[in-house]
Design a binder for this molecule. Sequence first.
Ligand code: FAD
Ligand code: NAG
Ligand code: NAG
Ligand code: NAG
Ligand code: NAG
Ligand code: NAG
Length: 526
Amino acid sequence: MKLFVLPLLISTAVSAWEFPFADLFSGTVLKQQPFSAPSPSSEPEPTSAVPRVAVIGAGAAGSSAAFWISKAKQRFGIDVEVDIFEKSDYVGGRSTTVQPFNDSAYAPMELGASIFVEINKNMWRASNEFNLTRIGFTGDDGEGMGIWDGSQFLFTEGDLGWTGPLSSWYDTIKVLWRYGFASPTKARALVKNLTDSFVTLYDSNSPRWSNISSIVEHLGWDAQVSQTGLDYFTAHGVSEKFAREIITAATRVNYAQDVDTIHGLEAAVSLAASGAAAVEGGNWRVFDQFVKRSGARLLLNTEVQSIKKVSSGKWTVKSTAGSSDYTAVLLAAPAPNSGITLPPYVLSQLPDVAYIDLHVTLLSTTSVRPNSTYFGGARVPDMVLTTRGAEFNSLSYHGRLKSATGEPIEPAQWLVKIFSMQRVSDEWLEDMFGKPGWVLRKEWEPYPVLPPTNIFPPVKLDEGLYYINAFEPLISTMETETLASRNVVELMLSDKFDLPGLCPPLAESFSTEDKKGDFVYGWDCL
Ligand SMILES: Cc1cc2nc3c(=O)[nH]c(=O)nc-3n(C[C@H](O)[C@H](O)[C@H](O)COP(=O)(O)OP(=O)(O)OC[C@H]3O[C@@H](n4cnc5c(N)ncnc54)[C@H](O)[C@@H]3O)c2cc1C
Ligand SMILES: *[C@@H]1O[C@H](CO)[C@@H](O)[C@H](O)[C@H]1NC(C)=O
Ligand SMILES: *[C@@H]1O[C@H](CO)[C@@H](O)[C@H](O)[C@H]1NC(C)=O
Ligand SMILES: *[C@@H]1O[C@H](CO)[C@@H](O)[C@H](O)[C@H]1NC(C)=O
Ligand SMILES: *[C@@H]1O[C@H](CO)[C@@H](O)[C@H](O)[C@H]1NC(C)=O
Ligand SMILES: *[C@@H]1O[C@H](CO)[C@@H](O)[C@H](O)[C@H]1NC(C)=O
């Protein structure tokens, strides 16, 4: 297989890549290079008595888990082999890009997770260390944002300057605050309260958690998680109108849920916007680097079918590549959607976590803006957010169609992204944009349905079996998946390798003053 893959890598896929890495050829292939099912040589065969860890899923959670394990390997010299099972033919999972017209002549566009923010310190640090360029959202041709309720714009704000090739609702909301509303100050204070506690997760004394409830309690998030966004924000002096118009616009575009159904924590996360950014070429490049730098063996096109306990400390992972035994298994995909058969005593511990069914439609059009007739003749802003009455969740212009090298294509076409709960028909698109140049539809299970709750899936399902995505019903983002994986890797290192975690124990004389301003626990140790 390697002989087959190498020429492909070298001939077509390298242009944008920092090259070479010592472990470049460990089996990782770039996502735009699908290849056939793994040959026997890539089967997960035990090669030695070295402890083996299986990571199931190569998205944010699984790729970062492998990376964290490699940090422990470097620091403590432990011997461990890591296999990453990924059923699709690419790394990144819900973070992935597509090329307009499926043509590599054009710059790629995010199909899934598009934004992270500055307090997302793992994503920030990773993009720095891996020399990946972050794109911010300083606008060029921005035509503002509006909140559409299905019959009128409740609010529009022109000239926000938010538009960029990968635009963000976060900045939109941030700018909204700047322009003033009755309640934004209180809302902002609540979000600040959230982000202040969130960033303590990067401190050297950040706790480890074996269940989500304990970290919720530690961070003081009980009230936020146990009530709806509407109840939480109005209980703290935010007006219902602000919540039902502004906050719901943010929860709908971020989580496809309304402020009166989603829990208060995730509603606040939807508003935590400063420093929104994306990685040029795709956020998945961070996860691809995690995998490459981890030295783990990546098994693409390899679906895990079942996980069984053989004996204490021994698990059999059965996949389309065969069966193999592991000391520990890290489940880095949502269990309900993974199709994996788990032992009944494990399944019975998992509360029902439903995932949203979201339709993402990407298209290119020669129309500079959507058909104003649909919007009652109003001038239509570049980003249309919505409240409950609308037919779609969000509709946003993402700038000009550009070449792979970033030059706008002539004659001009614009890229558009629509999130909706139903499929958007060809007729609807044609009415809105004229005949589109390119259309791509993708149905995702992007994040869980997030009702107020105090019951979460266990992080540790059994001795040696861990569930990273247990974090998602609390917060579902790329960053929090890397934090959840850090926690799981620390639990596993402690349980299976007798290690203190990712870092040596703190000295008695430890003081939080010791850390540098850019200290990020896990990347750095005191
Ligand atoms: C449209 C959309 C917009 C979003 N916007 C944002 C955003 O702006 N910012 C943000 O931070 N987050 C956003 N999210 C959420 C974000 O994508 C997720 O929280 C995060 O990427 C989840 O990462 P993960 O690794 O936990 O899961 P995934 O990315 O889902 O990775 C799981 C992997 O496991 C694989 N897998 C599943 N079952 C098996 C099996 N049986 N065997 C082998 N492999 C298996 C899957 O193929 C997948 O690659 C968005 C998501 C979507 C879809
Ligand atoms: C994109 O093109 C590749 C080959 O160039 C093809 O294998 C793939 O199926 C195409 N994808 C779509 C979505 O059309
Ligand atoms: C990143 O870029 C810096 C400065 O150009 C360089 O010194 C460093 O080696 C690069 N790191 C990697 C991992 O490519
Ligand atoms: C957040 O608010 C709660 C309740 O008012 C308070 O106890 C807590 O100290 C605040 N946290 C931060 C980090 O400000
Ligand atoms: C959750 O973890 C805390 C702290 O580790 C522990 O005290 C508590 O018993 C755990 N709860 C459950 C339900 O496992
Ligand atoms: C705009 O929408 C109206 C009403 O649906 C439709 O009659 C008209 O043809 C559309 N205009 C364009 C340019 O598609």
